[in-house]
Write a protein that binds this ligand. Structure first.
Ligand code: ZN
Length: 466
């Protein structure tokens, strides 16, 4: 029997897609090209995933696991001799435990679906990002997703208590821990979180839920200097006593881009300040939380730390402020920009951006550099476009201008998007050769045939290991 016939037997009717059922699908949510693969396997259980991987191991056929395809670094790209393993039929929320405050889910469940299910139990799953309606929890774990509330709750890694993964040879490693504290040896789940499907396939997860916040306050403020931006972060974080849930900063040209026509968001503050921030708090006492937030902002105005501010007076106004921060689509107006998610110490940001600007200007006159992002986490998004809208044609020059200055200042080429194929050439700027060698050693130990998402993050073959 051929591999496809054997897969068909494992998966049953509708479980295996081939031909135009593959090529009619887009390669990614924000992409125009279509999927190219041997076939798409759509298992319904961990056991089916295990049998598929055992079979592929035997046939030495590569397997690329796909979730919601909302990634930005070509981490789930497949080729026509590789099998796509899609977890789209593994969408069960198996359990929500209100006492232990955990959710047990299959890896194909959407992020938003879990957020809503938690809400029904008056609980809260804090991971949040723009692609919440499409991204899957398995993908969030495999890429260690970040997003909007990392400053308060951490990244996906901090919300996973346990997981089940299938190794390249089909071995199921069930590590469905429900405990907050468990120091019994190696924390094996961490091998699979953030390793982008290169070490195993995550099939189920135990996630930590929190008590739902019942009050939320959102302000949009303006600054005259970067020093004030950083001082304000320290000051609100201290004075709010742990309630700060987002500190998102917008540089002037990004603010103008997303609040001036043809963008449809109305500007809440005048457009002539160099920096703006969205500040969000979450708490559990409507009246007191609001008073405290207003007092903090008033004294920041008196001290000259901020020069203007508006506080959302309703949930709609709050959403409108978030919509300004989230309208990243505006950077796509004249063509696809190159999008970065760098991490660096906050006190190096100003000098770093001066360096990036000067490198870009030297290489590409009339480029545009938009800067915004999760400043409270030390994570900036840089979107770069040329005057002609053809940034993609100049990708290596632009990437070097953004990535190279990170090396000397302890920065990272990826704060939250991962490495995939896109950042693989620059991994060495953020990781030492010893670190990369250890990554290759792990890869070869867990996936000796090299069938799991090959070529992503690092190359690892027996040849280059010696
Ligand atoms: Zn982000």
């Amino acid at each position: 029997m051929s591999l496809l016939d054997e897969l068909q037997v494992i998966l049953g009717p509708g479980g295996l897609l081939t031909g135009t059922d593959v090529s009619s699908r887009a390669a990614g949510v924000w992409r125009d090209d279509s999927l190219d693969a041997l076939a798409i396997a759509r298992p319904r259980s961990t056991e089916e995933v295990s049998r598929i991987l055992a079979l592929c191991s035997q046939h030495r056929v590569s397997v690329v696991t796909q979730g919601g395809l909302t990634g930005l670094v070509h981490g789930a790209d497949a080729a026509n001799d590789q099998l796509i393993l899609s977890l789209e039929r593994m969408r069960n929320i198996e359990d929500i435990d209100s006492t232990q405050r955990t959710a047990t889910v299959q890896a194909g469940v959407n992020l938003q679906t879990l957020q809503e299910a938690a809400e029904e139990h008056s609980l809260f799953f804090p991971l949040d990002l723009g692609a919440r309606g499409t991204a899957t929890l398995g993908g969030n774990a495999a890429t260690n997703a970040g997003g909007n509330r990392v400053i308060r709750y951490g990244m996906m890694r901090d919300m996973v208590l346990g997981l089940e993964a299938v190794l390249a040879d089909g071995t199921v490693v069930s590590s469905m821990n429900h405990l907050i504290k468990n120091n019994a040896g190696y924390d094996l789940k961490q091998l699979f979180i953030g390793s982008e499907g290169t070490l195993g396939v995550i099939t189920r997860l135990v996630l930590r839920l929190r008590e739902a916040p019942s009050s939320q306050n959102i302000a949009f403020v303006a600054f005259e200097s970067f020093e004030s931006v950083t001082k304000m972060l320290k000051s609100v974080d201290r004075d709010l006593g742990g309630a700060l849930s987002a500190y998102e900063v917008l540089w002037n040209n990004f603010y103008r881009l997303v609040t001036e026509a043809p963008a449809t968001n109305r500007p809440p503050l005048s457009a002539d300040h160099p920096y703006y921030a969205l500040i969000e708090t979450q708490g559990n006492n409507d009246k007191l939380d609001k008073q405290q937030f207003e007092t903090i902002l008033e004294s920041a105005l008196e001290d000259g730390l901020i020069v203007d501010a508006v506080i959302a007076q309703s949930a709609t106004e709050g959403r409108n402020i978030w919509a300004i921060r989230d309208d990243v689509e505006q950077t796509f107006r004249i063509g696809t920009p190159i999008i970065f998610d760098v991490s660096l110490p906050i006190n190096r940001m100003e000098a770093y951006l001066i360096e990036v600007r000067s490198r870009l200007d030297a290489a590409l006159p009339q480029n545009t550099l938009w800067v915004f992002g999760h400043l409270g986490d030390g994570n900036l998004h840089l979107d770069v476009q040329t005057a002609a809208g053809d940034a993609l044609a100049h990708r290596p020059i632009i990437e070097r201008a953004v990535y190279e200055p990170l090396k000397g200042i302890g920065g990272s080429v990826s704060a939250e998007h991962g490495i995939g194929l896109e950042k693989k050439p620059y991994l060495h700027l953020s990781r030492s050769s010893q670190e990369i060698t250890l990554m290759q050693t792990l890869k070869m130990a867990l996936d000796p045939e090299g069938i799991l998402n090959p070529g992503k993050i690092v190359d690892a073959t027996r040849e280059n290991a010696q």
